[in-house]
Design a protein around this ligand. Structure first.
Ligand SMILES: *Cc1c(COP(=O)(O)O)cnc(C)c1O
Length: 380
């Protein structure tokens, strides 16, 4: 039985533009017309392909995109993206000049950044709008300077301009800790004090996916920054959270082709290290994908795929380019047939959160772990 397939690749992901757009629109509906939705497309859009995803979001009206590095921002500009682009993950010395040349909006994370941005802006003879990140309790990037010191630094600007204040939550899906509430209070206090000192930038933003899904409208302000939700995921709430309001679904399916099928007797050791031993006469399929494609090695002897409409366990260790599964109970399958690593076949499905749980990691890590050599196929 040959399955129809959109790709002849050994391993590919199929990404639904329609689902990406539906997820983006679900976020827009949730936050309402007064809040801008900045699509976070950093890290190759969590494995979905940065440029393609950015194009979908722009086609659906996105005025803002967010990336981590100026190199990512420059790649979006090279591909013709026109939206405002926020660069979130910290700039190094040569980066402000690139940000100016590529019309990117960098985030400043310290008073030193503010001075460096101004210097670069003066040197280029061009404006440099930027946003300033406040560390409200996550203790990663963001300034811990006092409002007075921040206001003083901003008042000294000669060319660069602060257009936004932001922060980032550490625990927005965790309702067993007051950390998010405290971070919001801290942001309110800091921005209130700054406003009194004359610092009233146009944009205020705090929320990524979890603070959108587990509705904290007070934290939405002028822009929200969803990444995970655009790709169809919301982390499960810890503790007594409200239900997630976001109607999103995964936009990506991950497939691998069978490269060989064989029958082995009971008591056959399988794969590197002989870590699996068949208990019965077993039909196995060797998949043309391994950890070099992003299948977590921790799925060895623990994970499963969907093969011929049935779950099929992974047998033995995941190798670099190959993974063995047990298809004794599956329909007849042949080399060239696709199996599903992530996605839906009939009534069965496996999503990145499930794969992550078995692999001892998080869904973000599974999605970002899908390697560049895995072909990306876009469907409408
Ligand atoms: C990655 C990131 C986001 C998006 O987070 P999700 O949980 O994927 O929605 C938002 N803001 C910042 C600062 C980030 O680094």
């Amino acid at each position: 039985m040959t399955r129809s397939t959109p790709s002849s690749a050994r391993c590919y992901v199929e990404i639904s533009r329609r689902q990406l757009a539906a997820n983006y629109n679900a976020v827009r509906r949730t936050v309402g017309p007064d809040v801008d939705v900045m699509g976070v497309v950093k890290a190759e859009a969590y494995g979905h392909g940065m440029v393609e995803v950015a194009r979908v979001l722009e086609a659906h009206g996105a005025r803002w995109l967010a990336v981590s590095t100026v190199a990512e921002g420059a790649a979006l500009r090279a591909a013709g993206l026109k939206a405002e682009i926020l660069v979130m993950a910290g700039l190094l010395a040569p980066d402000p000049a690139v940000a100016i040349a590529q019309r990117l909006t960098p985030v400043a994370h310290s008073l030193e950044d503010i001075a460096a941005f101004d210097k670069a802006s003066l040197a280029a003879g061009q404006p440099l709008p930027f946003h300033l990140k406040l560390d409200t309790g996550m203790a990663r990037l963001g300034t811990r300077a006092t409002p007075a010191a921040i206001a003083h630094a901003l008042a000294g600007l000669r060319s660069a301009r602060c257009e936004g204040l932001l922060t980032h939550f550490a625990s927005a899906s965790d309702f067993t800790t007051p950390q998010t509430t405290l971070q919001i209070e801290c942001f309110d206090e800091l921005t209130g004090a700054l406003a009194e000192l004359g610092v009233r930038p146009k944009y205020l933003h705090l929320s990524s996916t979890n603070a959108i899904a587990y509705a904290r409208p007070h934290a939405w302000r002028t822009i929200v920054r969803p990444g995970h939700a655009i790709y169809g995921y919301v982390s499960p709430a810890k503790g007594n959270g409200p239900p997630s309001d976001l109607a999103v679904a995964p936009a990506l399916s991950w497939k691998a082709k069978i490269v060989a099928v064989k029958d082995v007797p009971a008591n056959t050791l399988v794969g590197y290290g002989g870590t699996a031993c068949t208990r019965r006469a077993t039909r196995m399929a060797i998949l043309g994908a391994g950890y070099a494609d992003g299948i977590p090695h921790r799925l060895s002897n623990r994970g499963r795929v969907i093969a011929g409409g049935k779950f099929a366990p992974i047998l033995g260790t995941v190798s670099m380019d190959l993974t063995t599964i047990d298809i004794t109970d599956s329909a007849k399958l042949s080399p060239g047939d696709d199996v599903t690593l992530l996605g839906t076949e009939g009534r069965l499905s496996i999503n990145a959160q499930e794969m992550a749980r078995v692999a001892g990691t998080i869904s973000y890590n599974v999605l970002c772990g899908i390697k560049p050599r895995v072909e990306r196929v876009y469907i409408d």
